[in-house]
Design a protein around this ligand. Structure first.
Ligand SMILES: [Zn+2]
Ligand SMILES: [Zn+2]
Length: 271
């Protein structure tokens, strides 16, 4: 696993509160370098997975994590490049040599997720159901800010500008560190507010500045959100192939002067 260079040697003795791994920095476009957009966060003994598009489970294995270790699964929205492996994930929990999940799974998503999951069950039936008591679904508001709390962290969510039911998440550890995952979005005041003073903003930057697409950000717009939110570090992700032909860092530097990372699969960030 690749590790970020330590920026400040004074940090080395501080305990890590949130360990973030970019599992996928890509999109719906198949790529050996960039798997679909997905992020893993470890907070104490909880393992949080944000989105599970194609390739997510293989990338998880590359971090030494199995699907049975995931305690919380968050969905930003229901596009297939963010939810495509939900069916495979649930089915793999029913591996034929025995039910191997030892801990319950909580799925957090915007209102409408239960309907989506029930529709999948109308196709796949019990193949994608966990044993009784092992699955909890938490639906957050799709059109308003919302909050929910778990043992070692709390979640705030806000609607963002992509498709109906798209939400961004802010995770705050019990020790006060915070990371925001934008999911897919266009420029959005809600994302600025949600990200206010966050330690880390993992922000989509789907297309270069001159190829802006409605419903998605560009490097300079993502930088503008980071600047206005006064985040401590910005990570750009969700790169369509045309991003690899552009100078993404230079475009982001038009609006953002702070710490910046362009995501690659399996890069790790510690807060
Ligand atoms: Zn999308
Ligand atoms: Zn997407």
């Amino acid at each position: 696993m690749k590790s970020e260079q330590t920026e400040n040697s004074c940090n080395f003795a501080k305990p890590v509160e949130i360990s973030v791994t970019i599992l996928g920095s890509g999109t719906c476009v198949p790529s050996l370098q960039r798997s679909s957009c997905s992020v893993l966060m470890k907070i104490k003994d909880s393992l949080l997975l944000f989105d599970s598009g194609p390739g997510t489970m293989r990338r998880l294995l590359e971090t030494g994590t199995t699907i049975f270790d995931i305690s919380h699964l968050f969905y930003s929205h229901l596009h297939p490049d963010h939810t495509g492996e939900l069916v495979s994930f649930m089915f793999a929990n029913k591996y034929s040599s025995g039910f191997r999940r030892k801990i319950p799974l909580t799925i957090v998503a915007a209102q409408g997720f239960s309907t989506f999951y029930n529709r999948l069950k109308s196709v796949y039936g019990s193949w994608i159901e966990l044993a009784h008591g092992f699955l909890k679904i938490v639906e957050l508001a799709a059109h308003a800010n919302d909050v929910c709390s778990f043992d070692h962290f709390k979640i705030r969510s806000s609607p963002v500008e992509h498709i109906a039911g798209s939400i961004a998440y802010k995770v705050t550890s019990s020790g006060g560190k915070s990371a925001v995952y934008s999911g897919d979005t266009d420029f959005c005041e809600n994302l600025v507010a949600l990200s206010k003073d966050a330690d880390l903003l993992i922000c989509e930057s789907a297309h270069p500045d001159d190829l802006k697409v409605r419903g998605h950000l560009t490097p300079s717009l993502a930088g503008e959100i980071a600047r206005r939110a006064n985040v401590r570090k910005l990570v750009l992700t969700h790169f369509y192939p045309e991003c690899d032909l552009a100078d993404i860092e230079k475009e982001c530097r038009k609006t953002w002067a702070g710490p910046l990372m362009l995501a690659e699969d399996l890069v790790q960030i510690e807060l």
